[in-house]
Design a protein around this ligand. Structure first.
Ligand SMILES: Nc1ncnc2c1ncn2[C@@H]1O[C@H](COP(=O)(O)OP(=O)(O)OP(=O)(O)O)[C@@H](O)[C@H]1O
Ligand SMILES: [Mg+2]
Length: 367
């Protein structure tokens, strides 16, 4: 048998409480009543209603204040305002304070029944959405667990065995055997890197990022990223020109993650640029933000690919034709930047080049 929906009526007029209780009698409801705000709020805790009808004008705590308190106690409870002085502005006020609907007095039993059904339907939807979100979170955790324990751990063990085998047989292996072993090691190393990227995409670590936020110098993180990419740029004979303000304001964040994002974005600029070209990395302050732009004259991105490049595992056509990749770098970078309350946007023209612009809020003393 389905559980009965719990409805709480808060009104100082005895006649309203009685008539509403009668209208609901015999339906699949459990009804509780209170004749003032204080008693009503106590019942919200004890009775844990799905739906609360509140009269706006009551002696003692006003209906508006009751609504605000109910909303803080449990924001999933659906609230409907009943009032004798229905005006547009009081309706708007009630909605602002979290009311789902508005019922002007006098109302017919049919009107009351209808609004009750609609509000309980709303409550059901709210609870279903919460349950779905929880389920999604559980699936994400479960998937992360499988990826890291069932895939990554055994692969790391295989990698370890290959290292040991290579060491033990180093003197006896022929050149072609060494080559095969080397290829196996590279493939496994690639797979482990891919798994690590997956784990980043499903935000296993990113959710915890904020706990370790400190003051970060954008200039330092960009420098680290450039050091990391130096060899790659040299190999493609690409010049990276930087223009970074000396007195750039710090930002609040996680240095390792931010430099990971810069490595991804500047790494893309190198990857999708032609040999011998130039990349410009610029960082300056703009209002309350530090703004970093990375501009290249590479293959560019088509208009139809552009809206999707931050999606996980998406690769643009021009990019695919130019180099290999997994389509993960930008998805991870965006998650990192958004975890810093920042933003990343892209402008690009096919065959001409691409500019990524990252905005990070400046660090401030204010909480
Ligand atoms: N600077 C750029 N110039 C041209 N295309 C780019 C640029 N940066 C990104 N792209 C396009 O966006 C796609 C997604 O980029 P992303 O970095 O997420 O993945 P990837 O580079 O393909 O692989 P990886 O996961 O190894 O980084 C790329 O495949 C490419 O098509
Ligand atoms: Mg990339």
């Amino acid at each position: 048998m389905e559980a009965k929906s719990k409805i709480l009526l808060i009104d100082d007029e005895e006649v309203v409480l009685d008539s509403c209780t009668q209208i609901l009698a015999g339906g699949p409801y459990q009804v509780a009543t209170a004749s003032d705000g204080t008693a009503g709020l106590r019942l919200v805790q004890e009775f844990q209603p799905d739906l609360v009808f509140v009269d706006l004008k009551m002696p003692g705590i006003s209906g508006f204040d009751v609504m605000e308190k109910v909303h803080t106690m449990d924001p999933t409870i659906v609230m409907v305002v009943i009032t004798g002085f229905a005006t547009i502005s009081s309706a708007v006020d009630a909605m602002k304070r979290g009311a789902y609907d508005f019922l002007p007095k006098p109302f017919t039993p049919e009107e009351f029944r209808l609004i009750t059904c609609r509000s309980l339907e709303k409550r059901k939807l709210v609870l279903e959405t919460i349950a779905l979100r929880q389920e999604k979170e559980m699936l994400r955790e479960h998937f992360a667990h499988i990826v890291s324990h069932e895939l990554k751990a055994p692969l790391s063990a295989v990698q370890q065995s290959l290292f040991a085998l290579e060491f033990e047989l180093s003197k006896t292996l022929s050149e072609s055997q060494k080559e095969k072993l080397e290829r196996a090691k590279i493939r496994i190393d690639d797979l482990i890197k891919l798994i690590n990227s997956w784990l980043r995409v499903i935000s296993v670590d990113i959710n915890k990022l904020k706990e370790g936020f400190t003051q970060i110098s954008v200039k330092d993180e960009i420098s680290k990223a450039l050091d990391n990419l130096e060899l790659y740029a040299v190999r493609k004979d690409i010049e990276i020109v930087t223009s970074i303000g000396d007195v750039l304001h710090p930002v609040i964040g996680d240095g390792l993650s931010l430099s990971e994002a810069f490595v991804n974005i500047i790494g893309n600029a190198i990857k999708y640029s032609h040999d011998g070209s130039r990349i410009v990395v610029n960082a300056k302050e703009n209002g309350t933000d530090v703004v970093i732009s990375i501009q290249d004259n590479g293959v560019g991105i088509s208009e139809e690919d552009l809206p999707h490049i931050f999606d996980g595992f998406y690769r643009g056509k021009s990019g695919q034709a130019m180099a290999t990749g997994h389509g993960i770098g930008l998805a991870v970078s965006r998650q990192i930047i958004e975890a810093h309350n920042g933003s990343i946007v892209v402008e690009s023209e096919l065959g001409k080049g691409t500019t990524f612009t990252v905005r990070l809020p400046k660090w401030s003393n204010q909480p």
